[in-house]
Write a protein that binds this ligand. Structure first.
Ligand code: 9MR
Length: 457
């Protein structure tokens, strides 16, 4: 059922035109062409990865290509909910760990896939609903992200939560029926569990500008404006015999929101255009400085979920296909350099929510909500402007003795112990009368027990 639905989506994505890659961005020349996908992507600070399966790691042809060509891996199935929590509260990480260790031992980045998804849920989760499901889902995010803490480059925190078709809205699912805020709850839990992993939203049929990708775009913009932690968006790019003409423009509009973008599950139906489409995707990523890497969804055609479509870069025997050569050449032609990591996002400023010009000195207030555990906490602070618009804010938070701030998002802190002051960043300082924004920080020890102060201006 799922596969049938999916196949239809792939066909939809393919009904498109050729890609125009715009020039005018700083290009990086390469002194000498690198001879593998990973090495050539690394010339512009990017990775080139593959989805891999634990069950195939004993195949010498497979692991030979993997270790030679790729500098990132994604577990095709091994870190999904059904694999990692087969019965409630009992976690099994054996196969996920095999993928992780394969990647780390090869010096590769590991993309975690996927913490929450409507598909591939264990039976016990499928039969839950409401607050029991919400609690179980957030616990799942916390436990899995904690197990892999510090080792994952980027997590697909939520996968495929938007509906196909023209609505631009959410897909119905048991998770969606727990409340529209399930996605942000998942991102907050993932940030609390592993503050160093980049947190991505990942979807398919979002590869061009369309109603579905615009729905995702609006969610990301909303998250950024409210301080919900999100760092990246994954574009699966399961393509048919075409590529949306606005593929690069779509990546760029997300990047302009202040998130990284990644091509996360690339495969392309074999046909006259396969090599060209692979090259177009590669060039588009290279032209967008916040496109940090590309992952293909399997190694050889025989490893692909798209049986009979031969959509990958190596044939069944492990030989390089024409598509491989076109990707390698595109990578070696260079592109924009990747932003340094960790990157400091500079999202475009949302327009002020009032037509009255902001006045310095207006009043504001702040409230705190805490998610605490033994030895640490995440604080979410809501800042609200008073009766007049404000042009900036500084929030003072007093921590108990022995506590310290370890990292903050959507605000910049001065000091980390005692009374810590948090200043707005560029995009969330201007607030209309009565309007609010959120920022957050993680700390060790106990969270604040007093109401924060807020000074405007
Ligand atoms: O490639 C995966 C395949 O082995 C699984 O049977 C399938 C089950 O739903 O999931 C495939 O991977 C999917 C990925 O996790 C999310 N995006 C779509 C991928 C292809 O269906």
């Amino acid at each position: 059922m799922l596969l049938l639905k999916k196949r239809r989506s792939v066909l939809l994505a393919s009904a498109a035109v050729g890609l125009a890659v715009t020039a005018g961005v700083a290009l990086v020349g390469t002194a000498e062409a690198a001879s593998t996908l990973g090495a050539s992507a690394a010339q512009t600070g990017r990775y080139f990865g593959a989805a891999i399966a634990a069950g195939r790691l004993g195949d010498a042809t497979y692991t030979g290509i993997l270790t030679r060509e790729f500098n990132a891996v994604t577990p095709e199935n091994e870190m999904k909910w059904d694999a990692t929590e087969p019965s409630q509260g009992r976690f099994t990480f054996t196969n996920g760990d095999r993928i992780l260790n394969q990647g780390l031992s090869n010096g590769s980045k590991v993309r975690g896939h996927a913490l929450l998804w409507h598909a591939q849920q264990p039976g016990w989760a499928q039969s839950l609903s409401g607050s029991a499901l919400r609690t179980a889902a957030i616990n799942h995010v916390t436990q899995v992200a904690t197990h892999y803490k510090g080792k994952i480059y980027a997590w697909d925190v939520v996968n495929e939560a938007f509906a196909d078709g023209g609505s631009g809205g959410r897909r119905d699912s048991n998770l969606q029926r727990t409340g529209n805020d399930w996605i942000e709850a998942a991102f907050k839990a993932a940030r609390a569990a592993d503050p160093n992993a980049k947190l991505c939203y990942n979807d398919y049929n979002t590869d061009g500008v369309n109603a579905k990708s615009t729905g995702v775009y609006n969610m990301v913009r909303d998250f950024k404006s409210r301080g919900v932690p999100i760092d990246c968006v994954g574009f699966q790019s399961h393509l048919g015999t075409g590529i949306p003409g606005d593929y690069q423009a779509n990546l760029q509009r997300f990047a302009d929101l202040g998130v990284d973008v990644q091509i996360t599950e690339l495969d392309v139906a074999q046909g006259g255009n396969q090599a060209n489409i692979y090259a177009s995707v590669t060039k588009a990523c290279l032209a967008v400085s916040r496109c940090t890497g590309i992952t293909v969804w399997g190694i050889r055609d025989s490893d692909s979920w798209r049986t009979g479509e031969n959509p990958l870069l190596f044939d069944n025997s492990g030989n390089k296909k024409a598509a491989y050569t076109s990707v390698l050449n595109a990578l070696n032609a260079g592109g924009t350099t990747n932003p340094p990591s960790p990157s400091s996002p500079s999202p475009s400023s949302p327009s002020p929510s009032t037509s009255t010009p902001p006045q310095p000195g207006g009043a504001c207030s702040a409230t705190v909500s805490l998610n605490s555990w033994n030895g640490g906490f995440v604080a979410t602070i809501k800042v609200t402007a008073g009766a007049a618009p404000i042009n900036g804010w500084t929030v003072g938070v007093t921590l108990p003795s022995g506590s310290a701030v370890t990292n903050a998002w959507s605000a910049t802190n001065t000091g980390s112990t005692g009374t810590v002051s948090f200043r707005n960043v560029s995009y969330n300082g201007q607030l209309g009368a009565g309007a609010g924004t959120e920022f957050g920080f993680q700390g060790t020890g106990a969270g604040p027990t007093t109401t924060p102060t807020c000074a405007a201006g």
